[in-house]
Design a binder for this molecule. Structure first.
Ligand code: ADP
Ligand code: MG
Length: 398
């Protein structure tokens, strides 16, 4: 796999380089609530501009429906990126249209331009290879080299991630390279005890990884919205809590499989049961097997915080994906804070994966350098841990 270092060695001064970055930040209106991904993209951009390249950045934001939608404009990102780089970042008004062409043409050495949200073009995510290829052709015409640095999207076979690499000399950016290296440590010769903490909202997205992790880990701690499907599978009432009823059977299978393999699968023993999904909802601590029918669990309880902290204390490797509760509401952030703090306090090689988990670390004010690695790509890291090939990485290897 050729890397950014190889490209810099070839020389990029005056050359146009297409960079796929992951700038998919959370927005509140036009305000970026967590600029972690923008900051993570800076080292690669700076190396390119520092060497005199003309950098054309392609990125997506949210899930627009394959057509321009002002709600998903990259304008706030262009502004923030410019502030962080200390220079203007020009934003094209379209993806590969007239505005993009003239913006790219107008780039000087060491300057950066951002194409408008790549998902404004339906071809980006098309299942049809020819459609994706047509967009990739237009993107490839903007540059003479492609740097793939959007780790958060390398599990997607999309025009700006996969197809464009087939059309230009391609290089792995620093971020993609670092992420792949970290993930290898979680799958090969992993230091033990190896503990995985899973949480968050959707069990369905994480079923595949659970199946694979059960063959690899010593302990699997499950909290967050995901825990209730497990509690229900054990026959407990979960009230109004998040529940994936159609996955109960599979989850029962995981419980049996964990037992068979001797994996310590740890579920909450108590939860914060609230009357509704709201920041100021009245709530109380209840045992995990006695959630009242009219309540919903929005965080793990104090006994579970202690239990999970204990299970993490002697770990040598920890992978954490998914908040333990609705951390966006301070009243229900305690579980997530406790798990994060246990990783900061411990000596394990600790990796945080998942957009919301990474955002939680920053939002709750934990030191980012207290973790060995904070991944920028939740879905991509999960698919890697599932044992799947990542098309956006594989294509860089050819
Ligand atoms: P990540 O992005 O880290 O992979 P997910 O996207 O799976 O995590 O889930 C994050 C979301 O899960 C957060 O917005 C959080 O509020 C929500 N969540 C966590 N626990 C619960 C719960 N008990 N009930 C409802 N939502 C929850
Ligand atoms: Mg998420």
């Amino acid at each position: 796999m050729k890397t950014l270092a190889d490209l810099l060695a070839e020389g990029v001064a005056g050359r146009r380089v297409l960079l796929r970055a992951d700038l998919n930040v959370p927005l509140d209106g036009e305000t970026i609530t967590d600029d972690g991904r923008v900051r993570a993209s800076l080292p690669t951009i700076r190396q390119l501009t520092g060497a005199g390249a003309r950098v054309v950045v392609a990125a997506h934001l949210g899930r627009p429906k394959g057509e321009p939608d002002p709600k998903f404009s990259l304008a706030p990102v262009a502004k923030r990126l410019g502030e962080l780089l200390g220079g203007e970042v020009k934003l094209a008004a379209d993806v590969t249209g007239e505005s993009a062409k003239s913006t790219v043409d107008g780039l000087g050495d060491g300057e950066v331009a951002l194409l408008e949200n790549i998902r404004f073009d339906a071809r980006e995510t098309s299942k049809d290879e020819a459609e994706r290829g047509a967009l990739a052709d237009e993107l490839a015409a903007f540059a003479t080299a492609f740097v793939s640095d959007g780790f958060g999207v390398v599990h997607r076979k999309q025009a700006s991630v996969y197809d464009v690499a087939k059309r230009l000399p391609h290089y792995a950016g620093g971020l993609v390279l670092a992420e792949v290296e970290v993930l290898r440590k979680l799958t090969e010769d992993t230091a033990r005890p190896y503990v995985v903490v899973l949480g968050g909202a959707k069990v369905s997205d994480k079923l595949g990884v659970i199946a694979n992790l059960l063959t690899k880990v010593d302990r699997l701690l499950i909290g967050g919205g995901m825990a209730y499907t497990f509690l229900k599978a054990q026959g407990h009432e979960v009230g109004q809590s998040l529940l994936q009823a159609d996955q109960l059977e599979q989850v029962s299978g995981f419980l049996a499989e964990a037992e068979k393999r001797g994996v310590d699968l740890v579920l909450p023993v108590d939860v914060l049961a609230a009357t509704e999904f709201a920041a100021d909802a009245p709530h109380e601590v209840v045992p995990a097997d006695a959630i009242p029918a009219d309540r919903q669990g929005l965080d793990i309880g104090p006994k579970t915080r202690e239990l999970f902290t204990g299970k993490l204390a002697d770990a040598a490797t920890v992978f954490w994906n998914g908040p333990m509760g609705v951390f966006e509401f301070e009243a229900f952030a305690g579980g997530t804070r406790a798990v994060a703090q246990a990783l900061v306090d411990g000596t394990a090689y600790s990796v945080v994966g998942g957009g919301d988990s990474a955002a939680a670390v920053r939002l709750l004010g934990l030191p980012e350098d207290g973790f060995s690695h904070i991944s920028t790509g939740g879905g991509a890291s999960l698919e890697f841990l599932e044992g799947k090939e990542l098309p956006g990485v594989q294509v860089l290897e050819d």
